[in-house]
Design a protein around this ligand. Structure first.
Ligand SMILES: [Zn+2]
Length: 270
């Protein structure tokens, strides 16, 4: 009985993390039983094989369901990159073709304005099923949401191409200065994904947001992005929006229950 519960739990966790991992796990479990595999390393290898095969097959299957993968294998010429291969290994890199076109056009625009600049994509969506959220982003559930990293510079002001402050691309927050707008001051929601990770903050390098590129990207998104690709909303933390001098109505605050957006930019299309 305990074994059954553990298997169910493993399948559930893999489903939440990768969407297709749970199915791959159950398939591998059945195959191991049929083949009489008993040793853990053999079973693990079988699972990894099933998962890898399912991940590759998904790249070909997902377009039939309206989502395409952003590639994690960027070449030297590519100006749009996914932050880490882990995003693709976990199937967190799927978006609608229209949103992919927007992301590529943004990266091209940034490269034209600031030659050589690389635009970094973070979490997108899972490959299948509308309404299946990519945790912890509850809204990333329909292929129409994509997070981008901010553009950064080092403490001396030199642009850091393709760099993020945190190794996973998230959770290295820009702290609002004294007197800046604090929309969630005094809120103590227990049901929230607005985590501050205070203890982690000193571990991240002291990069700062490169205002010129970041403001240019937002300006393009709110004009060309809206007109040509149906950009609907951008989430940026209010203190950054003010610092970057953004007043466009597409750029909004996500509310105090959603994650902070001073470590990444959230973009969604209609
Ligand atoms: Zn997002």
């Amino acid at each position: 009985m305990l074994r059954l519960i553990l298997h169910a739990l493993a399948a559930l966790i893999l489903t939440l993390l990768t969407q297709i991992g749970g199915v791959a796990y159950l398939f591998a479990l059945a195959a191991a039983r049929i083949c009489g595999l008993r040793r853990f390393p053999a079973k693990l290898a079988l699972f990894l094989l099933c998962y890898a095969a399912a991940t590759v097959a998904t790249q070909f299957a997902a377009p039939a369901f309206g989502r395409v993968p952003l590639s994690c294998m960027a070449g030297a010429e590519d100006r749009l990159i996914v932050h880490s291969p882990i995003y693709c290994a976990l199937n967190r890199n799927y978006i609608t073709p229209k949103l992919r076109d927007l992301a590529e056009a943004l990266a091209t625009h940034m490269d034209q304005q600031f030659p050589g600049t690389v635009t970094v994509a973070l979490d997108a969506n899972f490959p299948f099923v509308n309404g299946f959220p990519l945790l912890p982003h509850l809204s990333h559930a329909d292929g129409k949401k994509l997070d981008f990293a901010y553009y950064y510079k080092d403490a001396g002001g030199a642009f850091l191409n393709g760099a993020t402050r945190s190794p996973i691309g998230y959770f290295a927050f820009e702290e609002p200065g004294p007197g800046e707008e604090l929309p969630c001051a005094g809120h103590h929601d227990w049901l929230t994904t607005r985590w501050n990770f205070d203890a982690l903050q000193p571990l991240f390098p002291a990069y700062r947001i490169e205002e010129q590129r970041t403001a240019a990207a937002v300006a393009w998104l709110t004009t060309e992005g809206a007109a040509r690709f149906g950009l609907q909303k951008i989430f940026i933390e209010p203190h950054l929006k003010n610092a970057l001098g953004i007043s466009d109505a597409h750029v909004r605050f996500q509310g105090c229950r959603a994650a902070r957006h001073d470590d990444h930019i959230h973009v969604q299309i209609e």
